[in-house]
Design a protein around this ligand. Sequence first.
Ligand code: SF4
Length: 370
Amino acid sequence: MDWDEVSAEWVSRFRRNVRRWYSRCGRDLPWVGERDPYVVWVREIMLQQTTVKAVVPYLDRFLERFPTVESLASAEVADVLRVWEGLGYYSRARNLGLAAKMIVGEWGGQWRETAKELQTLPGVGPYTAGAIASFAFGQSAAIVEANTARFYARLLALTDDLHSGEGRRQLWSLAERIVPRDRPGEFNQALIDLGATVCGVTPQCQECPVRRSCRSLELGEVERIPVRASRQKMTDVFEVLVVIRRGHHLLLIQHPEGKRWGGMWGFPALSREKDQAKDGIDERMVESQVADWGCDVECDEWLEEIRHTVTRFRLHLQPVIATWRSGCWAGPVDAEWVAVDELASRPLSVAERRVAQRAEHIMRQHGASM
Ligand code: SF4
């Protein structure tokens, strides 16, 4: 369908049907009607790659800890990451901190209201900018996110991959065409709700308020759209995590920016052979690699392997507790000795938090003399 030829009448009927449906069936989300740009921004960043259910408790905790953009701008990165811990995609949290500094430092704490200006903030793409502009400032700004992309694709009977240049162009072109001047935030929320509930993965076309406008339904193509891009292949990664202990302290490294878990704390990692079980790992190889990083250690106890998926990587992490004998850390990344009692204050990935808790448990059982 060529959307440039869609009539004003089509658009106005579509809007009317969407609004009517929303007044009866919109989701009762805790943030409906929220106009504070700071809250809208944090929430929308959290909702990227994360479900509503998972976001609700995190949002409450985050706003309690950092209630204003000023409080976020003056926070330590580690404190922001600690509150974010478990949500994943940690670059989102680092970008929130950078953007807060920009809003306070360069904008004098005054929000910009247009999607174009908001997109200059780190981590704010077209969707988030449109969401802040429409929800908080009542700007007639379009949005395309996962739910609306699927919904628009079916309305259009779009056969392009949604992530391709042409696919994105068509989705945004439709979104810009349908967003109204009157209460655009409410309208955008209605579109998201429709995409999330009625036009979900399994579409409920009988309940759809805009079925008469749906090209896929007309063509009998609903099951086939959106066209799925071929799935990205998963890669297995096998590593040994070396949990180095010295009395009641553990050596934590800080993952470098731009790498996996960048900015978070964790344990030095070595590559290992595919499928190499802990019995098959040469402890001397582990000790010798750690010696290259300046510390003489002795491997003591192997923990259960941890499996964890990060983006397209399936991690197989084999932790080993090793006792420090001598030397100073001179490895390629920053590291610090952290008292076991203080581990809770450091941001760790979910997988490394599990390792830290297991190591802490063992150390408390054995006492410091292990
Ligand atoms: Fe989605 Fe079905 Fe509605 Fe079309 S008719 S928009 S496929 S729910």
